[in-house]
Design a binder for this molecule. Structure first.
Ligand SMILES: *Cc1c(COP(=O)(O)O)cnc(C)c1O
Length: 383
């Protein structure tokens, strides 16, 4: 989180009936749509990403309807669990933890649904647990080739503001995100973008939970309707500042480029370490790697030992290995993740990589040479 965002939040309570906060909303909504690359609609929730998951489902389905969930990590599975909890008929297509989607298999399944029982297709653009980035463009093509009219719902919580995502151009009907990742604001705001097609679908539902109903939030007659109650005042101030940085200063294309370059710096270091030791990136194909997070394995219990050493000695916190193996399995201690999303620049990423190398030296973990030089080359624009 940039200091600028935190400082923007450091204000006395603003007037919630008139004045600057209310006047800010039109611009805020326009800039949010610019991040998602959509001309359609956005509903803002006082929630985290899980709330956005739930909102996307209650506005597009009735209990008992079928949804197809594409899973290659913990977050795809988590969304499926929410769908089941809402009484939906959930069909999971699981690609494991070590693979992207099999588009041919998805297309075949959709062709095998002549009555159109599958109402929604749910997927994570980036599954943050495995660090796989999935092929949403290919998925849209597979749906179209199958001639299926299911809505396409995409979890962009880890990717929005980090990896290229084009809601309208890619034919996504609903995109879910939250403010605390690429959008660089403390957790507390969930965002659901939805197309006209998704809006039409909602009109046919017998009932929609009043709190999660996206209609008043996207078309409010009064300020309070944006939030179904009191506004998350200070989060809005923070979000305004973050969007100034993303949309009006750096520009979204440059934000994506920055994340791409920093991700490649991390991968270059990992490739070098891998030449002389156990460290290995989780996703072998660079085209399928997230630009926001890189999952690695280094063998148990070395992963946890390295993470702990960095936390205690250098003040660097690496991500735990999430969902590759269940917590409690001794193998769990072999995995960790390097986060590079949001307010990150070359000196932060090079610092983190230097810290990891320092930890490997301190703990006598074998590793190949030249990682920092390789990462520097990428940051210098030479690779
Ligand atoms: C972080 C994350 C979530 C969960 O978001 P919360 O704000 O913790 O509810 C869901 N999906 C993905 C892909 C995520 O990265």
């Amino acid at each position: 989180m940039p200091d600028r965002v935190l400082n923007a939040m450091h204000q006395p309570a603003p007037n919630i009936y008139t004045g600057a906060l209310l006047d800010m909303m039109d611009g805020l909504v326009a800039d949010l749509k610019a991040v998602a690359r959509t001309r359609h609609h956005v509903a803002i929730y006082v929630s985290n990403g899980h709330g956005g998951w739930e909102a996307s489902l209650v506005n597009t389905t009735a209990p008992g309807e079928k949804v197809l969930v594409l899973v290659n990590g913990m977050f795809g599975q988590g969304w499926a669990n929410h769908a089941a909890g809402l009484g939906l008929d959930v069909e999971i297509m699981d690609f494991g933890k070590n693979a992207g989607w099999d588009l041919a298999r998805i297309e075949m399944r959709l062709r095998d649904d002549p009555k159109g029982e599958i109402r929604n297709i749910l997927c994570a653009h980036v599954d943050t647990s495995t660090s796989y980035k999935n092929d949403v463009v290919g998925l849209r093509k597979a749906i179209d080739e199958a001639g299926h009219d299911a809505l396409l719902l995409c979890d962009c919580i880890a990717s929005m503001g980090c990896d290229r995502f084009e809601m309208d151009a890619w034919g996504v009907d609903v995109a879910v995100t939250a403010c605390q990742k690429g959008l660089m604001v403390p957790p507390g705001v969930g965002l659901v973008f939805f197309s006209d097609r998704a809006a039409e679908r909602q009109k046919n539902l017998k009932q929609v939970s009043p709190y999660w109903n996206w209609v008043p939030r996207a078309n409010p007659e009064g300020f309070y309707q944006f939030f179904n109650g009191t506004a998350p005042t200070h989060h809005l101030l923070g979000l305004r500042e973050a969007l100034n940085m993303i949309i009006h200063e750096e520009g979204i294309e440059n934000v994506w480029k920055r994340h791409e370059r920093l991700a490649r710096a991390v991968w270059a270091a990992c490739d070098a370490w891998a030449t002389g030791g156990p460290l290995e990136m989780h996703v072998p194909n660079p085209d399928q790697r997230s630009h926001a997070v890189t999952g690695v394995s280094i063998g148990a219990p070395t992963g946890t030992a390295l993470r702990d050493w960095l936390t205690e000695n250098l003040g660097v916190t690496l991500g735990i290995g999430l969902g590759i193996v269940p917590a409690g399995d001794p193998e769990w201690h072999g995995h960790f993740r390097i986060g590079h999303m949001g307010h990150v620049n070359a000196h932060m990423v090079l610092g983190t990589l230097g810290a990891i190398e320092t930890g490997m030296q301190a703990l006598n973990i074998p590793h190949g040479p030249g990682a920092l030089a390789a990462a520097s080359k990428v940051c210098a624009g030479r690779l």
